[in-house]
Design a protein around this ligand. Structure first.
Ligand code: ZN
Length: 317
């Protein structure tokens, strides 16, 4: 990948969304900064899962969520992301890229989920935030990284995260690296629709844990999206939103998946690898399951729950 001398990714030539693509400019909205409003974890929602699925750090949501008292603040009624719906801005502006990626994910899952499972896809909400945000799962800060809250069926993206992903975790800065992150969180929404999310909560840690299986499956679902992103047509048979993915695009996505592997993060932060603490799977496993989804295009290629060997997903056999 091209980098400038200052180490910043150079995306000048990266074009992924097609010129003329029909992109809803208001798919994502801006969530206001959390103003201290906190929602009691597990309170009032009648058994809703309050588990939060972050891209990086699983485990106890209370580690990073405000678990205080309920109040009436609702800071998620923000405006649109400020996009116009053009392909050029989706290829150059991070917020608009997230917005457009969400539209692409809607198209792919709107078709594939029904076709493969008979379940009708419902669109998750997409909220962009800076600093902190109030959610039905509690008050979250940027520390969490991107996450999905099942209780309000919303994906949350701190838009400064992508710089962290490249600077701190060494991911490629290519567009598909960022789009993979969005697709991973949508993967959790698909799991929510299919009733699989609870498996992470009941078995939160360890190399074969339910949490790891849930996270690797979300990576695999991101791969399914990548498989169809350039071929799935939009409403009224409109052109697919994305240009055919290049080998570089796939490398970018794999690079992002690898950068958030538990082993790599542990090695970087503590100097050693402790699988008993894993919540998301190793770098290699995350890449392999993304590839399994991409190769098969099938939800059945993402069955991490019956897999006896998480190092050997069905799509790579
Ligand atoms: Zn996740």
């Amino acid at each position: 990948m091209l980098r400038t001398r200052r180490g910043r990714p150079c995306e000048a030539t990266a074009m992924t969304f097609r010129e003329g693509a029909q992109i809803d400019p208001n798919r994502a909205r801006r969530g206001g900064g959390g103003t201290g409003g906190r929602i009691a974890l597990g309170g009032g929602a009648g058994g809703l899962i309050v588990l939060v699925l972050a891209l990086l750090f699983g485990g106890n949501p209370a580690d990073f969520l405000g678990a205080g008292t309920t109040d009436n603040s609702s800071s998620n009624s923000g405006q649109g992301a400020g996009c116009t719906g053009g392909a050029t801005e989706a290829n150059t502006d991070v917020d608009c890229r997230i917005n457009a990626t969400a539209v692409s994910l809607d198209q792919v899952w709107g078709t594939q989920l029904t076709r493969q499972t008979g379940v009708n896809y419902t669109q998750p909400q997409v909220v962009l935030f800076t600093g902190s945000v109030s959610t039905a799962c509690g008050n979250a800060t940027s520390e969490v990284g991107p996450f999905y809250c099942p209780a309000d069926q919303t994906t949350y993206f701190d838009t400064s995260f992508f710089q962290v992903l490249t600077d701190r975790f060494g991911a490629s800065g290519g567009p598909l690296a960022q789009m993979y992150v969005v697709a991973h969180e949508f993967g959790h929404h698909i799991q929510n629709q299919l009733g699989d999310l609870g498996r992470a909560q009941s078995d939160p840690r360890g190399p074969e844990s339910g949490a790891v299986r849930v996270e690797l499956q979300a990576d695999c679902y991101a791969g399914i999206w990548a498989r169809y992103a350039a071929t799935e047509r939009g409403p009224n048979n409109s052109e697919p939103l994305l240009q055919p993915l290049t080998q570089q695009d796939i490398s970018d996505a794999l690079s992002a998946a690898a950068s958030v592997g538990d082993d790599r993060i542990q090695q970087a932060s503590t100097g050693r690898v402790n699988p008993e603490g894993w919540t998301h799977g190793s770098s290699e496993q995350r890449q392999k399951w993304f590839a399994s989804g991409y190769n098969t295009g099938q939800i059945s290629g993402c069955d991490t729950f019956t897999a006896t060997d998480l190092d050997n997903p069905p799509g790579l056999r």
